[in-house]
Design a protein around this ligand. Structure first.
Ligand code: CA
Length: 344
């Protein structure tokens, strides 16, 4: 197999894939990742994977991933449906679908893997000699990202955050790559298209793909540890739009309402809790807030009659992301504000 991102000094992979990624047709298979443990001495994790190599003509390779974090459900739902329905006769190019990339976390309904405690989106580009999560990351980097022209990694807020449904990209230093990425962001067709400044980008799949010079689109399609009909519909349409945008399937992207383009230009957009207690939001997601406006209170839960801490918006913006639990702790992300982006 081609191994474009593998350094010659790297050890051989310990994982194996039971399907051919290159021959025409649609195949469903498993990535087998060794996981020797107390209750299964020669056991493994079987990560499901589908490849559709189209027969409608040549074209690019598009990689879709879901379940990077195991408590985010729109990606696995939309991608299971895609894997079951995509017809190679209608595809020009190749589509690789990994609906539950961090399968142990998806099965546990947890953000991080219960196998090794690893947050998969802090473990890229992976390590062939590492644990289960690191081996999955290394395979995705070498064999899947290595083959892909563009990657769409579908996220949501998980159990602890909630977002205005959005497609998300980063500002990239390469002007041409940035232009291609912005075009894909708009084509996804989410209600909001966000150019996000990451608080901590090391180890992300995003960074691995972007540094390889490829187009990367992520999403934040809601949260609270569940999917809704609305957020799944955004995922379904976005997946279909990506296939059309990159020319794998005929037709133009279906974007009846253009995405509202926004960004998070400075630290004032990110509000962190300095208190622990009961979280009282004073606005809901999507609200427009003004600088100085009280947007949330944190009530001390262990005393009656105490004064709550007030959290004010440090700038005008849209209430884009919020803490999604009734209790909040010191250091938790309380809210993120987004600001309109002029991308003319
Ligand atoms: Ca996530």
């Amino acid at each position: 197999m081609a191994d474009p991102l593998r350094h010659p000094s790297e050890p051989p992979p310990r994982v194996s894939l039971d399907i051919d990624l290159d021959a025409p047709g649609r195949r469903h298979g498993y990535l087998t990742v060794p996981w020797s443990r107390d209750d299964s001495a020669w056991g493994s994790v079987l990560v499901p994977l589908t490849v559709v190599v189209g027969t409608a003509g040549p074209g690019p390779t598009l990689l879709f991933t879901g379940g990077n974090h195991g408590d985010e459900y729109e990606g696995p739902i939309a991608l299971m449906k895609l894997a079951a329905s995509l017809d190679p006769a209608q595809v020009a190019g190749r589509v690789i679908v990994v609906p539950a990339m961090n399968l142990p976390a998806v099965l546990a309904g947890s953000r991080v893997s219960p196998v090794d405690g690893v947050n998969m989106n802090r473990a890229f580009p992976g390590d062939r000699r590492g644990g289960v999560s690191a081996m999955i990351c290394a395979f995705v980097t070498e064999e899947l990202v290595g083959r892909a022209d563009a990657v769409v990694d579908i996220h949501a807020g998980g159990k602890t955050l909630d977002f205005v449904p959005s497609a998300v990209v980063h500002d990239l230093p390469d002007a041409e790559q940035n232009k291609r990425t912005r075009a894909a962001l708009k084509a996804f067709g989410a209600p909001l298209g966000l150019v996000l400044t990451e608080l901590d980008s090391a180890g992300m799949l995003d960074t691995t793909v972007e540094e390889a010079g490829k187009v990367f689109v992520s999403t934040e399609l809601g949260g609270k540890g569940l999917a809704t009909a609305e957020t799944v519909a955004v995922a379904d349409r976005g997946v279909a739009n990506m296939l059309r945008h990159f020319g794998l399937v005929e037709g133009a992207p279906d974007t009846p309402e253009p995405s509202r383009l926004m960004h998070t230009p400075d630290a004032a957009c990110f509000i962190q809790s300095r208190h622990a207690g009961l979280f009282e939001p004073l606005v809901d997601l999507g609200a427009l807030v003004r600088e100085g406006q009280v947007i949330a209170r944190v009530h001390p839960v262990e005393e009656s009659g105490g004064r709550p801490a007030e959290y004010r918006a440090a700038r005008d913006g849209l209430f884009y992301c919020r803490h999604a639990r009734g209790l909040i702790r010191r250091g938790d992300c309380l809210a993120v504000l987004a600001v309109d982006l002029d991308d003319a």
